[in-house]
Design a protein around this ligand. Structure first.
Ligand SMILES: Nc1ncnc2c1ncn2[C@@H]1O[C@H](COP(=O)(O)OP(=O)(O)OP(=O)(O)O)[C@@H](O)[C@H]1O
Ligand SMILES: [Mg+2]
Length: 308
């Protein structure tokens, strides 16, 4: 007998199909609860990736399973279903941020900031555990019916492999959230890649547009490398100058000019929510981040000096 009964398809993405499933096995049910989200890889290749990352890499599996935070969708382990391997996840009743944006087009600043605070709290927790998400975008953010925002699909990008192959499978949709280091060889991904992707998500929430819109992946890639996004305040007056500046900092081309970790981004969002009206002080603080890092050079007087 199978351990699960599939109830309905919740959605399909680059990795696989996600179903709402009822857990039939009593022992398993006592661990997971009656309803779970079951993610089944689209094809054999993805399944092999999953087996390699989660089943043979027990440490990684344990690390994901250990992640418990109100703003992170819990991963409940791998499962066998009809000769296939899949992932069990906490089922979140509600909708994805992608659906919410499709309905509302532009979200209110207040709502967007509440989502930001939740998601960045979850991401701070993950960054402190040493995990980079690598695929933050509105379909991986779920909004539970009680309003709590939850980040899902931690670990999936590890299963999908390097960015190039991930991008190849994603099409232009998810590409729009990728920072420079993910579209250009020779750069290293880091926590700052996640803060960029969340910045692009926040940009879309408050303006209804992506920072870069192009006809093809190649065009968007060029824009990611070369162009500056229009300040959010130009697209929506409701976005104050301070928030517009914060979002632009999060989308800086150079990783070192962005928020380095989710925590840094979170602190600024919290402060803005408390004190956003004090725009001048605020913008100054954000502008400081945009200063290019000073290069150091050797000066013959015997010390290290700043280059002009
Ligand atoms: N744990 C969950 N609980 C409830 N609904 C979920 C859950 N996980 C996913 N979904 C729903 O299923 C949809 C598809 O999710 P899935 O992760 O399979 O693809 P995706 O997020 O669109 O793309 P990607 O492959 O980049 O993650 C989501 O947009 C969401 O609406
Ligand atoms: Mg997803």
């Amino acid at each position: 007998m199978e351990n699960f009964e599939l109830i309905r398809l919740l959605g399909e993405g680059g990795f696989g199909k996600t179903f709402l499933a009822r857990v039939l096995d009593d022992k398993l049910k006592s661990e997971t609860g009656e309803f779970i989200a079951l993610k089944i890889p689209l094809n054999r290749e993805r399944e092999e990736g999953l087996i390699k990352e989660l089943i043979t890499n027990a440490l990684f599996n344990l690390k994901l399973r250990g992640m418990k935070h109100p703003n992170v969708v819990s991963y409940l382990g791998f499962a066998k279903f009809k000769e296939h391997y899949g992932m069990m996840m906490e089922y979140v009743e509600g909708k994805s941020l992608r659906q919410e944006m499709a309905e509302k087009k532009v979200l209110s600043v207040e709502f967007a900031l509440a989502i930001a605070e939740g998601i960045l709290s979850g991401l701070t927790y993950a960054h402190k555990a040493g995990l980079i998400h690598r695929d933050i975008n509105p379909s991986n953010i779920l909004i539970a019916s009680n309003g709590v925002a939850k980040l899902t699909d931690f670990g999936i990008s590890n299963i999908l492999g390097d960015t190039e192959s991930r991008y190849g499978r994603m099409g232009t949709g998810t590409f729009a959230y990728m920072p420079k280091e993910c579209v250009k060889k020779g750069y290293k991904e880091g926590f700052y890649s996640d803060t960029y992707s969340f910045g692009a998500t926040l940009y879309e929430m408050v303006t209804g547009k992506l920072p870069f819109v192009g006809m093809s992946g190649i065009e968007i890639k060029k824009m990611i490398l070369e162009q500056r996004p229009a300040p959010p305040i130009f697209l929506n007056q409701e976005v104050g100058e301070g928030l517009s500046a914060i979002i632009l900092v999060s989308l800086s081309k150079e990783p070192e000019q962005r928020f380095q970790t989710a925590e840094e981004f979170l602190e600024i969002i919290k402060e803005y929510r408390r004190n956003g009206k004090d725009v001048d002080r605020y913008i100054k603080k954000v502008e400081e981040k945009k200063e290019p890092p000073k290069k150091r050079m050797f000066v013959p007087t015997g010390g290290w000096g700043e280059e002009e």
